[in-house]
Design a protein around this ligand. Sequence first.
Ligand code: ADP
Ligand code: MG
Length: 343
Amino acid sequence: MAIEILPARLANQIAAGEVVERPASVVKELVENSLDSGANRIQIDIERGGHKLIRIRDNGSGIDQHELVLALSRHATSKLKTLDDLECIASLGFRGEALASISSVSRLTLSSKPAAQETAWQAFAEGRDMAVQVQPTAHPDGTTVEVKDLFFNTPARRKFLRTEKTEFAHIEELVKRIALSRFDVAITLTHNGKVVRQFRPSLDGSNDVQRVAQVAGKAFLTEACHLQAGNEGLSLHGWLMPVGTSGTTQYTYVNGRMMRDKLILHAIRQAFEEVVGSIELPSFVLFVELDPRQVDVNVHPAKHEVRFHQARLVHDFIVQALKPAISSEVSPSLLVAHGDGVE
Ligand code: ADP
Ligand code: MG
């Protein structure tokens, strides 16, 4: 068989398989772009679980009229210039794949206006071919991305979409996680025109706790331990329930990036095991901060996992930092043979 280079559209659709699993992954990529653009206000509108419409509006830096088409093409990013940059990534995105991938499996409209630009412009891409149309539009400073009819041209993928209710539940869960990654950003989530979540900005940190309660429940605030350990090079802070009633809020962040990292979860589980034996993991919201050069985020296309250069050191630090916050006062009824609270 002759070897051929894949057409751009097909290559994008294949890449989309890695990044765009379901509507919630679209929301993740777009909201991360908004955060990277410096926005402090993000509006997320969903229709029919994201099957029909996902619209993210921000008040960030905007995209220049002449860069709209480029933003939609693959490997186009403003966040990474050299291999050195990759060693020390401060932005959430850097692969330049999200917009290209999403636009190859949906009908995507990108409207934007940088503050310095007189008028707003809009680019429209419809999976079918790579041609992008650009036209003037009305839009305040910032960017709106509208994604309609996700997977309309990839029926095999569309078939895997679950019910609107399930897909929206994934979106809501994701928005809760993001809301705890940036307390300073106002975030609103609507579904079918109804406000479902509204997070007001906590500018001086004084309302952080309110936001945690909005996500994890009021009981979390009265019962959870606040903890703060380590120093500038490696630190852990956040909240956790001291005893092991199986929790539904189990969120971890590394340098502000939400994670489902195996090493961190293992360390948390080990800390609970060492203090109270094998039990279910309770709720926790934990932030690990370390020198960005000590962690590789370019391990997973959706960036759920990272690689720590000093894995053992980070693991043991987390175990030791958590142990004092965990209470051994746990009722025997909560003990189970093999606690496994995290998927
Ligand atoms: P990446 O985030 O990895 O750079 P994306 O495909 O997600 O790749 O976005 C491509 C580029 O488009 C970004 O690097 C950025 O310059 C621009 N961009 C995307 N979304 C926004 C936004 N909401 N506001 C400002 N610029 C954006
Ligand atoms: Mg991105």
